[in-house]
Ligand binder design. Structure first.
Ligand SMILES: [Zn+2]
Length: 139
C-alpha cells in the first residue's frame, strides 16, 4: 500500500469515528432546545415545566401549552419568563398578552409574558393585543 493511500485511509477512519464524537460534544454544549419541536430556545421566551421525572424546556408558551395537552402527567410547576426583565416567574403569577407580534416566527406563537400589569397593557396597546384572562390563559 502506498504511503498516500495509507494516509487517505487513516483520514477516512478518523472522520468516520471523529465526526460522530465531535457531534455528540457539540450537542452537549449547544443552546437549549425546545422539548416539543427542537427549536433553539431564546432566554426571553423560555418556559420551564418541572415534573417528578425532571424538567422540560420550551421555546415559547405555545409549545409548552401543546406539550401539556399531550402529556398524561400533570406538572408540579410551570415557570415562564418576563419579557421585560428576563426573570423567571411562576406561570400563575404571569400576565399573558396575545398580540400581532410573533415571539417565535417558526412556531407562529404570539403569546407574550409579563410580570407587571403596566408592561402587559402597554404591549397590548402598542401591538393591537389583548390581555388573556381566566380560561383564555394558556398556562
Ligand atoms: Zn418550541
Amino acid at each position: 500500500m502506498s504511503r498516500r493511500r495509507w494516509l487517505r485511509r487513516c483520514a477516512g477512519m478518523l472522520a468516520a469515528v471523529g465526526l460522530p464524537v465531535a457531534g455528540y460534544f457539540l450537542r452537549q454544549s449547544g443552546p437549549d432546545r425546545c422539548a416539543f419541536d427542537g427549536e433553539r430556545i431564546e432566554a426571553s421566551y423560555r418556559v420551564r415545566i418541572a415534573a417528578e421525572d425532571g424538567q422540560k424546556l420550551f421555546c415559547c408558551v405555545g409549545c409548552a401549552s401543546r406539550w401539556l395537552k399531550r402529556s398524561p402527567a400533570s406538572p408540579d410547576c410551570i415557570f415562564v419568563t418576563d419579557e421585560m426583565s428576563g426573570d423567571e416567574l411562576p406561570a400563575a403569577e404571569a400576565i399573558f398578552v396575545r398580540s400581532t407580534i410573533y415571539t417565535r416566527p417558526s412556531t407562529r406563537d404570539r403569546v407574550h409574558v409579563f410580570r407587571e400589569t403596566e408592561d402587559a397593557e402597554r404591549h397590548a396597546r402598542e401591538f393591537r393585543g389583548r390581555v388573556l384572562t381566566s380560561a383564555a390563559r394558556p398556562l
